[in-house]
Design a protein around this ligand. Sequence first.
Ligand SMILES: Cc1cc2nc3c(=O)[nH]c(=O)nc-3n(C[C@H](O)[C@H](O)[C@H](O)COP(=O)(O)OP(=O)(O)OC[C@H]3O[C@@H](n4cnc5c(N)ncnc54)[C@H](O)[C@@H]3O)c2cc1C
Length: 414
Amino acid sequence: MANGHHQVVLIGGGAAGITVAAILRRRAPQIEVAIVEPAEQHYYQPAFTLVGAGVYPLAKTHRPQQSLIPPGVTWIRDAARSFEPESNRVTLQSGQTLSYDYLVVCTGVKLDWDKIEGLTETLGRNGVCSNYSPNSVGYTWECVQGLKEGDKIVCTQPPMPFKCPGAPQKIAYLIADQLRSRGILDKSQVDFYTHAPAIFGVPYFARALDKVAAGYGIGVHKQQQLVAVDGASRTATFEFVGEARKGERETVHFDVLHVSPPQSPPEVIRTSPLANAAGWVEVHQNTLQHVRFPNVYSLGDVASTPNSKTAAAVRKQAPVVAGAIISAVAGQLVPGHYDGYASCPLTTSMGKTILAEFVYGGKVTPTLPLTPSKERWINWWIKCTGLPTMYWYYMLKGHVWFPRHNTEYQEEAA
Ligand SMILES: Cc1cc2nc3c(=O)[nH]c(=O)nc-3n(C[C@H](O)[C@H](O)[C@H](O)COP(=O)(O)OP(=O)(O)OC[C@H]3O[C@@H](n4cnc5c(N)ncnc54)[C@H](O)[C@@H]3O)c2cc1C
């Protein structure tokens, strides 16, 4: 088994891995880079919401990984199995061992379908769908097309943290809007069950989204989490997590159940010396440098940083990691600064979106000079056309100039 040394080893070639590699190639082509990534296909996951609603083809969400590996970067088609950061080594599934000068860990999250009793047996059948996997998102659209008067649609949101804080509710709005345009919304019922105490983590946007949900008559059930699904009888069981009714269970009927699964750090990370107590790669929230191993960085969904796990966050994190490595290789570490930026385009209807942008602490930081709580067609265009184009042709190509988000924005009164 061939072992090898690389100046920079990236673990994971998703949004984060490809972007960091591309920036390194563009800004410091003398630095030698390898990406460890097992998947042959790379998915633009933010478009899954649109696929589930029938407004974007699944075929447009993925490209061969090979076509995205930046020229000059070595692609190792394997997966990390264990980490030895004390000796700068990673062992891969194949048994190969890599050593490195700098390590960047960006494996994304694990989807815990099996934490919900009965789910894996019925996902993709019996009206049980999910936008969270390319394997089940097509069935979401099938279910939406089959909706009829009197149907009950249930959408679920798991405990934090999970990727894309808005995805679980976006599909509820798009379904409700389609029912409305078919003239059957009043005779149907859409319910949204969330583990959280509010509809959205940033109060400014939660106020706007409460109104959107109310406008559709969507029942919002807070502090309840999905624990079991019975596909054959079309029932879903929820457990109350709030103090008042903690531990109580309630079983409801559904015709369509959209599940956003619980999520956790991959086993290989959780059990490694890189992890914090919760299992995420323990990095400083602004520099993205590991708190114990200074030549290790992490970004994207697997990092311990308390931002919303989004590709938008990756867009702002990647230049910080690449810049730190470039300066460290030059013998003078200049740490960058990531302010917690994340963006979540909340598709509130077929044609309108609220573009939620915020930084650490839930501070609202819009990029456009427009009131951010408003539903707008321009944001729908950004979601459906602007962001995918930017992702494939700009971000994954290592371009780093982006319009600045406004950190001085003053929220208008509620
Ligand atoms: C339904 C849905 C809607 C979303 N909507 C939005 C949105 O509107 N806006 C937004 O900004 N973001 C959105 N996101 C979130 C966004 O897709 C993620 O935050 C982003 O992809 C994170 O990038 P990442 O590189 O950390 O992880 P990923 O892109 O998931 O990539 C992780 C990579 O690591 C690889 N990997 C895993 N384990 C190993 C291992 N052991 N060794 C080597 N490689 C490994 C995987 O194969 C994968 O390629 C959405 C996601 C979903 C699912």
